[in-house]
Design a protein around this ligand. Structure first.
Ligand SMILES: NC(=O)c1ccc[n+]([C@@H]2O[C@H](COP(=O)([O-])OP(=O)(O)OC[C@H]3O[C@@H](n4cnc5c(N)ncnc54)[C@H](O)[C@@H]3O)[C@@H](O)[C@H]2O)c1
Length: 330
């Protein structure tokens, strides 16, 4: 077991928290950074951090990844880091219409700053960073494959994630930094994000309010359970692209459940888990949103051993149990 610390950016976030927890349980030393911004409930981020603080092998630094000085001091005080899992970002498709600047700062400047630090680290092993299924935009060929062109993003969020992939390619080409971008497909599970459908629907059903359902329910999503995502991230970290001189040590992989679910079926499982019936407020499609996502994961399975195991009928009840405990509802 390596004693070198792993840096996890966005450690107070949903995926960052679970990834850090798993690394700590595996005995790795982890340094986490997060700016605890107010995009959603800061208390939820602090409560996640409290769980991580139970581990002596965890150090947390509150700071902004887009600030060069902050990153330099975290590297000199707690690094150097030869392995980095970069998950900090301004997430959310819909919010990128309201607050575009935060996407460029966190997702583009932040990504550059992380890569600059990796570039100047001797013996650097692997940067694993979060991309998104949203880069597929309006692509109609399903399942989504990394071999398809993704040059028509339909939200600024998607454009920043695609920009990250392109910047990463360039940095791998110029400086031979091993990097893997993971295109996550709708991640859900305990400690999940309050701006995402599972959280919003569960809360609305409990409160007896109608569920806002876009495109009149005609949506399909590849929902991926958080434990499968964490397995995928760690499997990827341990399998960096080779430095074989034929091409830059850089790749982009899909990481989804590879099963496209009808939105209304997803809601039916939430109703079953809660033992309550939903009412609906059907709405038109939202700008920037896509109708369907579905991941081709053959390459990810081959290169990293990724193998998602959790169906929505297993995963959703686990979220509902967490939600009821955390918010103390019957
Ligand atoms: N959850 C999903 O379904 C999903 C899907 C596709 C891609 N992603 C990507 O995966 C990553 C993790 O997503 P998540 O669901 O955990 O989101 P999250 O919002 O819960 O986590 C992101 C964390 O990053 C922090 N952060 C944001 N900007 C920062 C900055 N400039 N400096 C330091 N910290 C900053 C936030 O405070 C937050 O805690 C993100 O890059 C996101 O875009 C997530």
């Amino acid at each position: 077991m390596s004693k070198d610390p792993v840096l996890v950016t966005g450690a107070a976030g949903f995926i960052g928290f679970h990834t850090t927890l798993r690394l700590l349980q595996d005995g790795r030393n982890v340094v986490g950074i997060d700016n605890l911004n107010e995009y959603y409930d800061v208390q939820l981020k602090k409560d996640r951090l409290q769980e991580l603080d139970n581990f002596q092998n965890f150090i947390f630094v509150k700071g902004d990844i887009a600030e060069k000085n902050t990153m330099e001091s975290i590297w000199s005080e707690h690094g150097p880091f030869k392995e980095v899992i970069h998950l900090a970002a301004q997430a959310g498709v819909r919010y990128s219409l309201e607050n575009p600047y935060s996407y460029i700062t966190s997702n583009c400047m932040g990504h550059l700053t992380v890569m600059e630090m990796c570039r100047h680290t001797e013996g650097f092993k692997h940067l694993v960073y979060a991309s998104s299924s949203s880069v597929y935009g309006g692509n109609e060929k399903l399942p989504y494959s990394t071999k398809e062109s993704v040059d028509q993003p339909i939200s600024l969020y998607a454009a920043t994630k695609r920009a990250d992939e392109l910047m990463s390619y360039t940095y791998s080409h110029l400086f031979s930094i091993p990097q893997t971008g993971l295109r996550f497909f709708t991640v859900y599970g305990p400690w999940g994000r309050p701006d995402m459908a599972l959280f919003i629907f569960t809360k609305a059903i409990i409160e007896g309010k109608p569920l806002p359902v876009f495109n009149h329910g005609e949506m399909r999503r590849d929902f991926t359970y958080i434990d499968d995502i964490v397995e995928g991230i760690l499997g990827t970290l341990n399998n960096p692209p080779p430095k074989d001189r034929k091409s830059p040590p850089c790749r982009v992989l899909n990481i989804g459940n590879s099963k496209s679910e009808q939105l209304m079926d997803f809601i039916a499982v939430i109703e079953d888990s809660l033992g309550k019936t939903a009412s609906f407020d059907f709405k038109d499609m939202q700008p920037g949103d896509v109708k369907e996502t579905y991941a081709d994961i053959a390459e990810t399975e081959e290169l990293t051993g990724f193998s998602p195991k959790t169906s929505i009928s297993d995963g959703i009840p686990r979220f509902v149990t967490w939600y009821k405990n955390y918010y103390d509802v019957a």
